[in-house]
Design a protein around this ligand. Sequence first.
Ligand code: UDP
Length: 373
Amino acid sequence: MDKKVKNLVVGCGLSGTVIANKIATELKEPVLIIDSKEHIAGTCYDYKDSSGITVHKYGPHIFRTNSKEVWDYLSQYTDWYPFMHNVLGIVDGIEIPIPFNLISLHKVFPKPLADKIEIKLLQEFGYNKKVPILELKKTNDEDLHYLAEYIYEKVFLGYTLKQWGLSPEELDPSVTGSVPVYISKDCRYFQEKYQGIPRNGYTKMFERLLENPLIEIKLKTRYEDIKDTISYERLFYTGAIEEFFNYKHGKLPYRSLDIKIEKFACEKFQNAPVVNYPENYDFTRIAEYKYFLSEHSNVSIVSFEYPEGFEEGKNERIYPILNQETQKIYNLYQQEAQALQNTYFLGRLGAYRYYDMNRTILGAFETFAKIKG
Ligand code: UDP
């Protein structure tokens, strides 16, 4: 063995960075963190374009959490721009709030029909309730059924087929359930107590999380290429669990994204930070970056998201495709993982979960609690 380290962290994305930070700051132990990419921060990576606009290289990231612990933890490393996300969708050529709410209802239907449906929604579910589309579809009332079919067809089906290559029914219900129909006028995309964008960008926040003499970072370094030359007391693996085990129980499927970033010579490109296109085009959504930190410029930078299947060597694993079949395969890998000593799998790829940033951090906290004892 050429090198001996106490803690090896594979992956310098959110879960790897948080676990490295906790080990260095709280246990005061040295950590080597490696990543195959040429930059830190994984898919949270952002950069300032020459126009002064902060661009999220891998698509829009809006931080939100209900956990004061998570919020306070990150707040040691960044100030926040308080940002409440809102999304519009183009449905039948009309801009409507997404998630679909009572305002969306009145935008797409003539008043008498919208009024009638609104009364029924309030009677059936009550004000301020959130109803997943697959639940709404089960209703027996003729008008509510009509509404459910409309929203399913116009908001969910096309988008989900583009995004996942599957229909909503073929996915775990939590996937479309995270964007339920709101029986209210709430136009926020997220309702978490704390929401914001790191004031100086995500990359800067990661730099600060990793700024510790006990943390050594090696970029452009693949675990497979160094694993035979390095020994460690603990391993934290945030890459794909099936790759670690050499695919012995088969592949786990993922969706990927082809993100096309473009600059336009206009001050404002669209009417919301994100606009979804469930019905038209091959992309699912367009994000306009100057919204996130209220940056000003006479140009605007936007990204188009074209979902595609994950293919080794061609693109990145971004979304685990969750259903009963893939869960069974993952469980086999998880059993293997549990049998290993001092080896921990975390993050979206290590845990094969559709984690948002908050859940990713909580996962790293849980792992840290295990080793802290
Ligand atoms: N979704 C949809 N239409 C929309 C927005 C969301 O069908 O206008 C579905 C789609 O299946 C999507 C899922 O809800 O993958 C979760 O959406 P979210 O915006 O949370 O996805 P993410 O930001 O994680 O890509």
